[in-house]
Write a protein that binds this ligand. Structure first.
Ligand SMILES: Nc1ncnc2c1ncn2[C@@H]1O[C@H](COP(=O)(O)OP(=O)(O)O)[C@@H](O)[C@H]1O
Ligand SMILES: [Mg+2]
Length: 232
């Protein structure tokens, strides 16, 4: 199995001088293509920061990060956004759907950015929305759907382009346990079908229990499970 993510000695510092805060403190992490990995750790440990660095949504000061064999530090902003669109789907805790667009349009957007024609994009979006059992909500805007429905549409949007890598930051943080389980089960099923790698940050022990591998973070470092329990 080749690695889709290779991180060496990653350091991320927020602020400067006396206000400098070292949030990632030498992260080394390899994740193989097709792996499903949960990242757990106390609030403030650096989980979101790490996920944002992997997802090209944030920059870092030291170390190296390569995705799909491409070292990211050499990319300019346009190259990064193109690479992100082709390679990754990101799921946030808040669904971040575009409020003025319908559910169907929100799911089509990543495909249209890739310049897929509209007809094909619609077919692909409809297929994924059906898997999330939301075919009767196509014309609804986010304000006209429940929190659980919006989050399922957000996951459909992240996965519709069959990205090699799906990054999810507490995707069920605002859902009840029934909606959480529905969402995670469909996400993991679709990920497996596409051989996508999934990296999921979660507080929910049920989600960590569904992944084969769990990475523990404490104070900006990867720690083994025993140390992580002591820190918590
Ligand atoms: N934009 C920012 N500026 C300064 N500090 C930040 C910023 N974002 C996060 N932090 C700090 O970095 C640390 C790690 O944050 P985060 O990665 O969000 O943690 P987690 O997701 O594990 O709860 C926290 O102490 C947080 O306050
Ligand atoms: Mg976080």
């Amino acid at each position: 199995m080749s690695n889709i993510i290779e991180i060496r000695n990653l350091e991320k510092i927020y602020g400067m001088g006396r206000n400098a805060l070292r949030v990632l403190n030498g992260i080394d992490l390899d994740i193989g293509q097709g792996e499903v990995v949960s990242i757990v750790g106390a609030s403030g440990a650096g989980k979101s920061t790490l996920l944002h660095c992997i997802g090209c949504l944030d920059t870092f000061q030291r170390g190296s990060l390569s995705i799909n064999g491409r070292e990211l530090s050499g990319f300019n902003v346009e190259e990064l956004s193109g690479f992100r669109n082709r390679t990754m789907g990101f799921i946030f805790q808040a669904n971040n759907l575009l409020p003025e667009f319908t559910a169907l349009e929100n799911v089509m957007i990543p495909l249209l950015i890739r310049r897929m024609n509209k007809k094909r994009a619609k077919v692909e979006a409809l297929k994924v929305i059906e898997r999330f059992d939301l075919s009767d909500r196509l014309d609804h805007k986010p304000a006209e759907m429940s929190g659980g429905e919006c989050q399922r549409i957000a996951v459909a949007r992240a996965i519709v382009g069959k990205p090699a890598l799906i990054l999810a930051d507490e995707p069920t943080g605002s859902l009840d346990s029934k909606n959480s389980e529905i969402l995670i089960d469909i996400l993991f099923d679709l990920g497996r079908e596409n051989n996508s790698t999934i990296v999921i940050v979660s507080h929910d022990p049920l989600i960590a229990a569904k992944t084969k591998r769990t990475v523990h973070i404490a104070d900006g470092k990867i720690v083994d499970k025993k140390e992580a329990v002591e820190v918590l």
